[in-house]
Ligand binder design. Sequence first.
Ligand code: PMP
Length: 431
Amino acid sequence: MRTHHRSETLYKEALDTIVGGVNSPSRSLSAVGMDTPIFMKKAQGPYFWDEDGNRYIDYLAAFGPMILGHAHPSVTAAIIETAQGGVLYGTPTKKEIRLARMLREAIPSCEQIRFVNSGTEAVMSTIRLARAYTGRDKIIKFTGCYHGHSDPVLVAAGSGPATLGTPDSAGIPESLAREVITVPFNDPDALNEALEQWGDQVAAVLTEPLVGNFGIVEPEEGFLQSVNEQAHAAGALVIYDEVITGFRFHYGGVQTLYGVEPDLTALGKVIGGGLPIGAYGGKKEIMEKVAPTGPTYQAGTMAGNPLSISAGIACLETLSLPGTYESLDRKGQALEEALLEAGASVGIPVQVNRKTGALTLYFTDRPVTDYEGAQAADSDTFGRFFRAMLEEGVYLAPSKYEAWFITTAHTDEDIQYTVRAIKNSFQKLAP
Ligand code: PMP
């Protein structure tokens, strides 16, 4: 039996000075029925070790950025070398041009780019820019998609297929929430309904082109094309939030995989190699409206900082090596098969939604194509499964709505170990 005594003690200490004991709510393990978050001490490759000395195979990958595993030698070397030359200048640097070029080459719709510090900032900035460019205020988003914690996107649906939002958090003015319309993902008719009602006021339709935030949910055939056509017909822009999907499934955005281009794209996570970063980009004609070229203000003391940029370059260079995504896909397939087999063998219905090296396990007998479907999956069973896997030494993303991220660092042995852990854990769930 693994013990977490040190984590328990540290959590009590943390609660004294850090609100809730965590610096981001999803680090609490309450969604999987645990009282104490686990305090990690160090990480290397596909593993991390907690303060009690337990080792885990890590499929959280820090909620996405660590696609190369932890302390990857190229990324670490880039960070050290850069740090020795100073970490922040408040002036432009040559490397920012290099990373911007790498992004544009991989995601051609990003004709011009601006670096920021987080995915939240990236999305927030695209919304301001879309509003500035169109002279309109309303935003349409899809139920269950998460776009960071800026005011305009912390808004959930009211009832009905297309609804004006209600704040999803305290502290967000009702007046702001009313500028956000929420419709179900994969439902072009609901989008149509919303645009018929409010189309001439809509600045942008914002979506994760492939959802990562109620688990991995792919757009249905033609959905993204329909989003583009409908938005543009209404004079609105299309914003893709590729903070999770960027460089996750191939070297670029999913927009290239699906052959649909948005007007603006938000990026984050992987493009910083684990250091704080975000970026947004789009058509030059739109991006030119950003200060200092245009009237839309957006700035950042830390934006484009040398450490994040160097780590990002090293990460993308490594990802661009041949075979990267094929290998992630192969490992993902092995885990998907193991989960389906284990579920079937003990008679527990499961769905696995997977795209290459990212997958979500839902305890439900119905395919999950939208937020409602994800909500219907059994949370208690997921919590028990999470805890059983933790006991086996496998650390999963701590919510039924999150994705497991396989990294280039996971070896075939790690995958085989995980397959056995999956079997053992399902045995414990057996009715
Ligand atoms: N967009 C998406 C799709 C995300 O998944 C996230 C974070 N999970 C964000 C935006 C916000 O990014 P950050 O946490 O870096 O602010």
